[in-house]
Design a protein. Structure first.
Length: 397
């Protein structure tokens, strides 16, 4: 009888697993018994050889195992994955009535560590980010086809985290029809077109849906500056909400072209919109030097710090752009500012913003804290799942 490979943890390192954190780091492992292959299921035990959990083994990652289950009686395989996917569908059922695009599976927080599935109408876009999901990919795809019956499943596993797992980047059609160049979706009463092949992440920032709606509700008759504007999600909502003017800054000419198309698709007045292609840091300085100012500024940059080791360098970038933002806001102006960096937690981000306001010489107050939308849940045992940190800040002078 073949024995299941086992990870034995060092004394004292079992507590996070007992508290149901889904990651086992390499430094916690005392011994690997057997020769588990990449993604293979391993039995995780404490220093006394007492069972703790089942996990997927990743020999190259600092996250040496990602936990599938804490129940010793569970069988890791298609039946368990089907149960997890069915539960994910049930949790999102209400969203089906209101949205054509949402996150169907949010990795660890849905019990499927390393799996992201975004739905754009009848098209599913998947990201396979862990060795365990990679090993079971075909079974999981079969279950998704059975449960969701999509016309298309397209893979966007073209992210750097795969290299940490010893996996190559990969994109392409996995099931069904080739997707259209753009998938048209409705968000609230606005139309957007999503490039699932080449767009950021899986094509659209679904996690910002509720925050875009909030911007729309607060910008009537305001002059709005949208930085890192991408394809204009925030900007389109702002103009729909009655903004007096909207200025977009984005480094990608293709993204700006799509943003312009989004204003046209929604019959919004282009004469109120200006587009600037360029580096946000440089363009903000130009606006400062021209003594321009705005009533509302949106700052949604890309990930500056993927891990904690990048935090100090990233902090300088976050401080610089937010300091410039504070200087560009009129008294009474509102800053919507975000960080999606895993290496920057919320208290640290707030400290960065406080330092920026101090250096800008303004008094600023937090009006609201912002998060990813409800289709991106966060397990109470997995605070790392709360990756999107946002603040609504009012500048009083």
């Amino acid at each position: 009888m073949t024995q299941t490979p086992t990870l034995k943890l060092r004394k004292g390192r079992e507590k996070p697993v007992q508290r149901r954190h889904p990651w086992v780091f390499s430094g916690s492992v005392e011994e690997v018994r057997g020769t588990p292959s990449c993604g293979e299921t391993v039995r995780i035990v404490d220093y006394r050889d007492q069972f703790l959990a089942w996990g997927s083994f990743s020999p190259r990652s600092q996250i040496r195992a990602r936990i599938w289950s804490w129940a010793e009686t569970d069988q890791i395989g298609p039946s368990l994955f089907k149960d997890r996917l069915e539960k994910s569908l049930i949790k999102r059922r209400r969203l089906d009535f209101y949205h054509q695009a949402y996150r169907l599976v949010h990795a660890e927080s849905d019990g499927l560590p390393g799996l992201v599935v975004d739905r754009y109408r009848d098209v599913l876009v998947v990201q396979i980010l862990s060795a365990g999901i990679e090993r079971w990919r075909d079974d999981i795809l079969d279950i998704l086809v059975d449960l969701v019956q999509p016309t298309t499943i397209y893979e966007r596993s073209d992210v750097a985290v795969r290299s940490l797992e010893g996996l190559e980047k990969r994109t392409g059609l996995l099931y069904g029809q080739e997707p259209p160049d753009k998938v048209r979706i409705l968000e609230k009463d606005l139309t957007f077109e999503v490039d699932i092949r080449g767009g950021h992440k899986t094509g659209f920032y679904l996690d910002q849906r509720a925050n875009r709606a909030l911007v729309e509700s607060l910008v009537d008759e305001k002059q709005v500056l949208d930085c890192f504007a991408y394809t204009g999600g925030f900007a389109v909502h702002a103009l729909q909400g009655g903004a007096k003017s909207v200025t977009l800054i984005e480094s990608s000419s293709g993204a700006l072209s799509q943003a312009k198309e989004h204003f046209l698709l929604n019959d919004l007045p282009l004469e109120k919109v200006s587009f600037t292609e360029g580096d946000v840091f440089e363009e903000l300085r130009k606006l400062r030097d021209r003594a321009l100012s705005f009533d509302c500024l949106i700052m949604d940059p890309p990930k500056f710090a993927p891990t904690a080791s990048h935090a100090d360098q990233a902090a300088r970038g976050y401080k610089d752009i937010n300091l410039l933002a504070f200087k560009l806001l009129n008294p009474g102006g509102i800053l919507f500012t975000f960080s999606c960096s895993g290496g920057i937690d919320r208290p640290f981000f707030q400290k960065i913003l406080a330092d920026a306001a101090l250096d800008a010489g303004v008094h600023a107050t937090i009006q609201r804290q912002l998060w990813q939308d409800m289709d991106h849940p966060v397990g109470l045992n997995f605070p790392e799942g709360s990756y999107l940190k946002g603040f609504v800040i009012r500048v009083d002078g």
